[in-house]
Design a protein around this ligand. Structure first.
Ligand code: DX5
Length: 217
């Protein structure tokens, strides 16, 4: 059964006291916060004050997805506000290995991401060092986009490399995840699914949506 990461990018934060317990009882594995600098992606993502608000309210794992230039500048603060895992895009740093080490030195797990148009080969050298590889199945920067099936071949290539090397890196997919695409991603080798729109806009509510994704494969 895949782990589910609830992306709160499109959630109504004024209603967190309603949906946070729903996420917990639905047994999501983690909450994902999309952090954007308006430079690497031309949008404003989740405000880090929301991470501070939610941290004391739940034991759920927090991961922040940095869609920013100079991710190195975010490590200390994002460790201090309670992230368990920090994900950066490989194309935003000149020193991915050193950044992974810095993230780990700050007590977090490290995730490395490739954007929709970037080839899988850009992160293959780091799979033995990172705790998680994030494959974007939409263009970073916006929730509610259509899943790009080209992500499936990237997932398979990354899965093949991880298994061949005996690496412990997990594979997470983000963007356009619903019951149909979830099944395809798990079959391709992913074990963590990020979902936002599907969870928070589902007609039967968050809990039913999470269950659909968990049972998809
Ligand atoms: C894009 C974001 C989205 C969000 C989830 O930068 O990372 O992928 O988390 O998107 P949806 O709404 O498609 O689940």
């Amino acid at each position: 059964m895949p782990k589910i990461a609830a992306s709160v990018l499109n959630a109504d934060f004024s209603k967190w006291k309603q949906w946070l317990p729903e996420l917990e009882s639905a047994k999501v594995d983690r909450i994902q916060f999309d952090i954007m600098d308006g430079k690497y992606v031309h949008n404003a993502g989740v405000d880090k004050k929301h991470i501070r608000t939610l941290r004391p309210e739940t034991k759920l794992l927090f991961e922040s997805h940095l869609m920013v230039r100079n991710p190195e500048a975010y490590v200390r603060e994002f460790a201090e506000i309670g992230n368990t895992l920090l994900i950066f895009h490989v194309e935003t740093t000149k020193a991915p290995l050193r950044l992974i080490e810095t993230i780990v030195d700050h007590g977090m797990k490290a995730g490395i991401a490739i954007n929709n148009k970037n080839p899988a080969k850009e992160i293959l050298p780091y799979l033995g060092h990172a705790d998680l590889a994030l494959v974007m199945s939409v263009e970073a920067g916006l929730g509610g986009q259509e899943f790009n099936p080209k992500a499936l071949e990237k997932i398979s290539a990354i899965r093949k490399k991880i298994d061949a090397d005996g690496a412990l890196c997990e594979i997470e997919v983000d963007g356009g995840i619903n019951a149909g695409t979830a099944k395809k991603c798990v079959q391709a080798g992913a074990n963590i699914l990020v979902a936002g729109t599907f969870l928070f806009r589902h007609p039967k509510g968050v809990k039913a949506a999470v269950k659909e994704l968990q049972e998809a494969p």
